[in-house]
Design a binder for this molecule. Structure first.
Ligand SMILES: NC(=O)c1ccc[n+]([C@@H]2O[C@H](COP(=O)([O-])OP(=O)(O)OC[C@H]3O[C@@H](n4cnc5c(N)ncnc54)[C@H](O)[C@@H]3O)[C@@H](O)[C@H]2O)c1
Length: 255
């Protein structure tokens, strides 16, 4: 098991990639703090982990609020005594509008959850890891933050910020044993992506074609990569952004 004896923390653990990552952490031997804004959802993830003999606690926390993020990390330490791996996965806001039609409220909400939420996670997770000699953190970013994405100015810019923050944090804490990486998922079949595919006409046909593999990913395929980057098997990797994207950065169009 790749995370045997470790303690992990996942934000946005009640759905999609966060839920799959929480479960994968537990299957790989970690004790897991599953955090999210909606307590009933993270309790459901915890129930699933407990059902196969894993250890987990549910923590209600809004990642955009500093007091709640501080409490989230404290509650993890109270439950399991240490913190070795964290996945800053929660994102929020978003929507699809031309840049000039985006209102200030949506811009601020998206940046508050998606970018500031990751910074707050790092701010409290890193000192907790330093207490026990180090750890590994994976921030879930997006290819929108690499390529840009029409109609998603708040989200793309927040995710670009997550990538810059990941590299900055990696540079600051590398010598103290905290590795910090990011993952850029492609289209992953979660509630969030399904909502988009169902509401925007033609989106499914168009989006699947942007993947060389001509399919969407499953949350577990991202979770596998998070486990790897949190495990000692990636001990010389930091400041890296790994695309888990079915080949959306290569050009399959003629095939
Ligand atoms: N699904 C995709 O295709 C895709 C592609 C690229 C990047 N991503 C990124 O992957 C991550 C997970 O996406 P998903 O598709 O699983 O999303 P999702 O909407 O299915 O799940 C996100 C979870 O985060 C929680 N959350 C939202 N705001 C929060 C807050 N303020 N505090 C705490 N929790 C909060 C939600 O309640 C939900 O449980 C996000 O960062 C997203 O931007 C997803």
């Amino acid at each position: 098991m790749m995370l045997e004896g470790k303690v992990g923390l996942v934000t946005g653990g009640g759905d999609g990639i966060g839920r799959a990552t929480s479960i994968m952490f537990a299957r790989e031997g970690a004790k897991v703090a599953v955090a999210g804004r909606t307590l009933s959802k993270v309790e459901d993830t915890v129930a699933e982990i407990v059902s196969f003999g894993g250890e987990a606690v549910a923590i209600g926390a809004d990642v955009s609020r500093e007091d709640e993020v501080k409490r989230m990390v404290e509650a993890t330490i109270e439950a399991f005594g240490r913190l070795d791996c964290a996945c800053n996965n929660a994102a929020g806001g978003g929507g699809f509008r031309h840049l000039h039609e985006v209102d200030e409220k949506n811009w601020e909400l998206t940046h508050r959850v998606t970018l500031k939420g990751v910074w707050l996670g790092l701010k409290y997770q890193i000192p907790a890891m330093l207490e026990t000699g180090g750890g590994a953190i994976v921030n879930i970013a997006s290819l929108s933050g690499v390529k840009g994405e029409a109609l998603q100015a708040p989200y793309s810019s927040a995710k670009g910020g997550v990538l810059a923050l990941t590299k900055t944090a990696a540079a600051e804490y590398a010598q103290q044993g905290v590795r910090i990486n990011a993952i850029n998922p492609g289209g992953i079949l979660t509630r969030a992506l399904k909502g988009y595919l169902e509401t925007v006409p033609g989106a499914e046909e168009h989006t699947v074609k942007t993947h060389a593999m001509r399919r969407f990913g499953q949350p577990e395929e991202v979770a596998d990569a998070v486990v790897y980057l949190c495990s000692d098997r990636s001990s010389f990797i930091t400041g890296h952004a790994l695309n888990v994207d079915g080949g959306t950065m290569v050009n399959p169009h003629i095939l």
